[in-house]
Design a binder for this molecule. Structure first.
Ligand SMILES: Cc1ncc(COP(=O)(O)O)c(C=O)c1O
Length: 392
């Protein structure tokens, strides 16, 4: 078997597909070549990030730097912070919700209809009861509905999952409003987790997402392969140290077992560290601004040809009326009923947006009617003026 030829074919295929892959949220502007030499051997960050395993083949020093950079950005107090590099957004949500469930074993978990599918799966794994909260037309949690649901169970502790960047519309739930609902209902035994897989870092750079004392947020999970565009899936979970799973010392790894996975990918921590070290806060702010500008441009261009489209002002995601199947298939536009989205992640170009718009124009010229604005079953509001962003 010619392994090199198989690898070449996979690479060519991926590069070909890249040109029209603007429906899924992975940045494509990052250069990770400096880290690639690490991929020649095993780097295993087994166990707690603060306890080093025997031997030297791990990258925990970089993992701790990543945790600290993100914790500083989110204003998580230096004397009460903990986190680790996960295999992705789902593991981050699992680690946080497991910790929350340990704190409040009889809690009800509230999460919105626009929350990521991993949340329902995690409730199944940890055996916690869940309540689905309605969303408004832009995909943000309906806080009045949350208040009603919490009110019915005010004697039970509450775990609330707020999303910062929902999968379909990149809506942002506001932890301050969640906090207000819980306070008004008199629910003291509570945990607020923010699933910030997509928008966590950009919103933290804006200063609107924080884990500072008083924010009401107890934990957060972000994705590494979305905004940072790492070439392998990964993520980060952060919480206050005082609420993490205590874990026990494992003799044969010489580490504390606090993480969901035992063995963990050392290269993932190195990639995230590379993203942070190479660009810093200012570099990532600039990447964010360029991507948002492109998303604004996409809405303008779509609107100019009469194609219904809108976005939240902070968002990379542009929601558009669902095009014909040939167009959604070609551009990999994620679709939910009458609404689809393209995501202008860092690295997506004007040329790609122009080509998508040209395809839509051709489709309308060929007699495919421009879709009327219709309400989706899940979320999106029919509007070209974007809803106001949540304060998150
Ligand atoms: C809001 C949200 N949460 C969680 C996830 C799960 O991430 P992963 O696929 O890395 O487990 C995603 C991924 O799309 C997401 O958009």
């Amino acid at each position: 078997m010619n392994v090199a030829a198989v690898v070449r074919a996979l690479l060519d295929n991926a590069a070909d597909g890249q040109r029209t892959a603007i429906g899924f949220p992975g940045a494509v502007d990052m250069d990770y070549s400096a880290v690639l030499p690490l991929f020649g051997r095993l780097f295993n960050n087994v166990g707690d990030p603060l306890s080093d395993p025997g031997g030297t083949a791990h990258t925990k020093v970089l993992e701790r730097a990543v945790v600290d950079w993100c914790a500083d950005l989110l204003a998580l107090p230096a004397d009460d912070r903990w986190g680790y590099v996960t295999a992705g957004g789902t593991e981050g949500n699992l680690a946080a919700l497991h910790a929350a469930h340990r704190r409040h074993p009889d809690a009800v978990v509230y999460y919105s209809r626009a929350a990521h599918y991993s949340v329902g799966k995690i409730l199944d794994i940890i055996g916690a009861p869940g309540e689905l909260v309605d969303v408004d037309e832009g995909g943000e949690m309906d806080y009045r509905h949350l208040a009603t649901l919490v009110g019915w169970r005010r004697h039970r502790p509450a775990i609330v999952v707020a999303t910062a960047g929902t999968t379909m519309t990149e809506a942002v739930d506001d932890p301050a409003r969640v906090d207000a609902v819980l306070r008004e209902a008199g629910v003291d035994r509570r945990h607020v987790h923010v699933d910030a897989a997509l928008a966590g870092i950009p919103l933290a750079l804006d200063g609107v997402l924080t884990l500072a004392p008083g924010s009401g947020v107890d934990s957060i999970a972000v994705s590494g392969h979305k905004f940072f565009g790492t070439p392998i899936p990964c993520g980060l979970v952060l919480m206050r140290d005082s609420i993490r799973r205590p874990g026990r010392h494992v003799a044969y790894t010489a580490t504390l077992d606090t993480t969901v996975s035992g063995s963990r990918c050392g290269q993932a921590a190195a990639l995230l560290w590379c993203a942070i070290a190479a660009h810093g806060r200012d570099g990532h702010r600039a990447r964010t601004a360029r991507a948002r500008d492109l998303a604004a441009y996409a809405v303008e261009q779509l609107t100019a040809i009469g194609w219904p489209a809108w976005r939240h002002p902070h968002a990379f995601t542009v929601v558009l009326a669902t095009p014909p199947a040939a167009v959604t298939g070609k551009w990999l536009l994620a679709t939910d009923g009458s609404w689809s989205h393209t995501i202008c992640m860092p690295g997506v170009t004007r040329g790609q947006i122009d080509a998508l718009v040209a395809d839509l124009q051709t489709a309308s010229r060929d007699g495919v009617p421009v879709p009327q604005q219709r309400r989706s079953s899940q979320t999106a509001a029919p509007q070209t003026v974007a809803p106001q962003p949540a304060g998150a």
